[in-house]
Design a protein. Sequence first.
Length: 430
Amino acid sequence: MEQGSRVPFKIFLRILIAIVSFVSGTQPAQANLSEELQVQIFRYATDNSPTFYLSSKTYFLTDNFLTRIDGYFESGSKGAWSIDPDPLRYTFKVDETGKSFVWIGRDHPLNFTRSVPVEPTSALGTVWAQNQLEALNPRVSGWIGAGLMQELDPKSWKLIVAYSPIFIPTFGPSLGFTERGGLNPARFARLPPQTVTTGGVTIPIRYRLEIGQLKDLLLQHQAMIAINHDDEDVNMDAYLYTAPHPDPVPTTNSALGVSATDVNAKVDINVQFPREYWGGMRTQFKKVKFSPAFEVLQRMDDLSEHYVSFTGYFNSLQLDPHLSTRTTNRASFGLLTHFQKTFDTPKFSDGMVFLRLPVALSEVVELRTLVQATLLSLRQSFYWINEIEWSIAQNMSLLGAMRLLAGEDNSYFGDWRDQDSYSAGLRWIF
């Protein structure tokens, strides 16, 4: 998903369509294919020159196959790029209705039953592995494996079972090390200490990263069992799952290195992903105002670690209720927090409150606002983006945005408070 050679996109899509059509017996004409492409120029507060940004979302759907391929590229020495097919799944019907099925490929097991995909601002989403290469727009990652969706009651009850033999950890902006052990980070990478003071003297730290065998990282079991209830009033699921911790847990050995010409603090880092066991429950009330969803998540092997989230949803606002707009964006607001357990590093769940508010200013102009803030004492931080989109054709629009970040030292957004930016560009859908 990160750095590598890229196959030309149109050729890749043609190969994908041909393979899926052959396996499923679906004619290419029956497949739905759409592409959303954004091209923008960013200007960051810390940079002397503009940055080129490219984002794409490709959707391909047949009766049995679904994929969404997210592409992301940012130019410059601090940039990053990724191509991430998620979901990428094929389903086999178990019964005539198609409500019971087996899936293979990649997806989040609970995306099949929830009204919205698992979100980073939910209790489950914040501890699940994510793609954070686009740090201000993280996405919850799916498992690579297989699963079963079994209808237990024709009216409302379902059983979900999923298994994955391949572990994909959270992908974030590259920290980057030079050959001498110095840091060469991407834009939104979180930096470890670069100097240490001993005996009143400040000396640089040199790092050596011990990754170990790649197969020992990737070939790790993950499993989930869940039950879902869905009727006209409520959507509820309860689940148990086990997986390695999605973020690396470093164990370190350090020493003071002294030579004839240099003094360095040397740190050896051994990265580990310890296994965890979780249980949780989510309930969404469909007929209550804002369709509120409550989720509670408990770590079973460490009872001091638990998360709670609340999310409300409503339709986008319109200045004129008689407007006929093209937008399908929904507004949401909520809270995500952990309590009791104290973490050494900043977390997205440090008393997070958020608001996502799209407003239709006219039939062709939409203003979108996103506000996220962590309110935990000594971890207070803030992220705000205002984006305006003006449709100039049926499938093309102009974009403009401004992003502000602020916060204390060692807070989630505060570490990026020098990365304010504004941008402008184009968006195509075809």
